[in-house]
Design a protein around this ligand. Structure first.
Ligand code: GLU
Length: 594
């Protein structure tokens, strides 16, 4: 799930690309590289995350170039494997986002033809394949082999979800998309190519979202082409307003803390949705034979809570499935079904694959996405936008909160209790705001984070509305502190995980004043009897808690409130351990590979 970036314009390309890559860094930070066009193509590549803007880049001033930030899938993390990759004659350089699934087959065929490989990446296979097409392609333009045609022919042979971008030594840019995202931003004579719109947000006022199966080129002007038919396509540059795209820590130590503090704002953005636009969707929701909520990672947990709200408040028999695990449902999908997909990026490969298959079967699709211009939004029958503002920390916090608050409200709207839902969310916004701005809450959580950061295993207990909340708490602890955490359904504890309980084992119990309260307290007593140390997150203190994190009782929206102390706990643990809070190791924010 790398990020790719390209620039043509009067500014110094390497600086613009470096800044763009910094904004794309959430997509991967194993290594990065920039290539610019001067008298010849010059490249600078480095291993690790992108430094700040005054990091030394040894590149000349130029008006054209491309860049890449890598999340390695094929080949170790080193400078050789870092993108962009040169063609043998150094006439162009190429960067890729995706996986060439048939790279081994293509590589063997090319090796048989005598091509030599310098890297372990699947990307280099694309470069050599283009070179091969350049030699063998029959399309000649005034005696010269047409590079664009060679790229097109090579791209047609790639299997998997891929997007590529290349720049030639004449300053021409060619990019193709099939799966991974590709957007173009325009500001007068300046052209930007990127994996997302946010990376060029400060500079552009019009965008073009390149669709799957399309090629975009710049050679003095932009040209869009259908890759298969090789026909030019008309295009329209959409006006875009990026006023909500500020990416700045605003005085917080980390984006994660800033974004948790934005939770009340994102819930109020849910309240600002124009629910007149939901009428058709609510009708489809109520009439659907099967309703599936789908997501991956944190969005998968949000999807599960959305299904919970639909079952409990709207009597809709919704079930949640994680994106990568839909295979067994494919044969069951029909045009009478509905899929609801919450997503931060709208580009998650595992989920997009499900949606593409479902769409072919006529399944209706609704999505709730935070990133403007995303693929998911574009293929949805009912695309809704979270308007939560950029989420920069790789660990999702405010967008998760937005997704579950949205799920709560659509369930209330579907049950005809829209007004009640709104009143409850308004109260939640006030309580959350108060909670986040009370220093004592941070101090309590910080002190517990210090204790928990010393442990090897942390357990979490929850039930009913809070089961997904403890699962997400588990995910946040694992992501931020690299400590093993395990979310246990409170009622199931006695069936297996009780064997793990012994003196001093930390167990976090999330206890709301709801119908599951006594069950969770039972489980707490069972772990206490085996010597566990219990941290209770609850509106009411309880004698069985060894440590207590108070939270306000917000009734039906309690689960949405309860995620906040768990996110803060994960944050303070990551800080305590000295980890890179906004960029935990090995993960990336937008997972555009399978
Ligand atoms: N497969 C390429 C590599 O490993 C790109 C990976 C990606 O897009 O995540 O370098």
């Amino acid at each position: 799930m790398c990020g790719i970036f390209g620039y043509i314009g009067s500014k110094n390309a390497s600086e613009v690309i470096l800044e763009g890559l910094k904004r794309l860094e959430y997509r991967g930070y194993d290594s990065w590289g920039i290539a610019v066009v001067a008298d010849q193509i010059k490249i600078d590549k480095k291993v690790g995350a992108i430094g700040d803007l005054n990091q030394l880049i040894n590149l000349p001033r130029s008006n054209a170039g491309i860049g890449h930030t890598r999340w390695a899938t094929h080949g170790g993390v080193n400078v050789t494997n870092a993108h962009p990759h040169f063609s043998s004659d150094k006439s162009f350089v190429l960067a890729q986002n995706g996986i060439v699934e048939n790279y081994q087959k293509l590589k063997s065929a090319l090796q048989k033809k005598g091509y030599k490989f310098q890297t372990e990446t699947d990307t280099e296979v694309i470069v050599r394949l283009i070179e091969d097409k350049l030699k063998t392609a029959s399309h000649l333009t005034s005696g010269k082999v047409d590079l664009k045609e060679a790229v097109r022919l090579a791209f047609l042979e790639l299997e998997g979800r891929n997007t590529i971008i290349l720049v030639t030594k004449a300053g021409r840019i060619i990019a193709c998309r099939n799966g991974s995202p590709l957007v173009v931003g325009v500001n007068g004579e300046e052209i930007f190519f990127s994996s997302d719109t946010l990376s060029f947000a400060p500079y552009v006022n019009r965008i073009l979202v390149v669709e799957n199966g399309q090629m975009i080129t710049w050679n003095g002007k932009l040209q869009l082409r259908d890759i298969k038919s090789n026909k030019d396509l008309p295009y329209h540059l959409e006006k875009i307003d990026f006023k909500n795209s500020k990416v700045d820590k605003e005085g917080y130590d980390h984006f994660m803390l800033k974004e948790i503090h934005e939770s009340p704002y994102v819930v109020s953005q849910v309240l600002n949705q124009d629910f007149k636009l939901y009428e058709d969707f609510i009708k489809t929701l109520k009439e659907a034979k099967n309703v599936y909520t789908i997501g991956s990672g944190t969005a998968g947990i949000a999807a599960s809570e959305v299904a919970f709200y639909l079952r409990v408040f709207a009597q809709v028999n919704a079930r949640s499935v994680i994106g990568a695990d839909m295979y067994d449902y494919y044969d069951l999908l029909t045009k009478d079904d509905l899929i609801i997909a919450p997503s931060q990026s709208g580009e998650t490969a595992d989920v997009l694959e499900v949606l593409e298959i479902a769409k072919k079967k006529g399944v209706k699709i609704a999505s709730y996405v935070n990133m403007p211009g995303s693929t998911m939004a574009r293929i949805s029958d009912h695309p809704y936008s979270a308007h939560a503002g950029p989420e920069i920390c790789v660990m999702s916090t405010k967008v998760f909160t937005s997704q579950i608050a949205w799920g709560y409200l659509i369930a209330k709207v579907a049950s005809g209790k829209s007004k009640e839902g709104r009143v409850n969310l308004k109260k939640l916004v006030e309580e959350m705001d108060k909670y986040l701005n009370t220093n004592a809450n941070h101090e309590t959580i910080k002190n517990l984070a210090k204790i928990l950061a010393k442990h090897k295993d942390i357990f979490l207990l929850g039930k009913y509305q809070n089961f997904n909340i403890i699962s997400e708490g588990m995910v946040k602890i694992i992501e931020g502190s690299y400590i093993h955490a395990h979310g246990i359904p409170a009622g199931d504890l006695k069936h297996y995980a009780i064997t793990l309980m012994e003196k001093g084992v930390p167990v976090i119990a999330v206890v709301s004043e709801d119908l599951a309260r006594d069950d969770v307290i039972n489980a707490v007593n069972q772990v206490k009897a085996r010597g566990a140390t219990v941290i209770g997150i609850s509106p009411a203190a309880c004698a069985v808690f060894d440590h207590y994190i108070p939270v306000p009782d917000t009734g039906e929206t309690s689960a949405i409130m309860n995620i906040i102390p768990l996110q803060l706990l994960a944050y303070y643990m990551a800080v305590e351990l000295g980890h890179n809070v906004d960029k935990p190791r090995n993960i990336a924010k937008s997972v555009t590979v399978k």
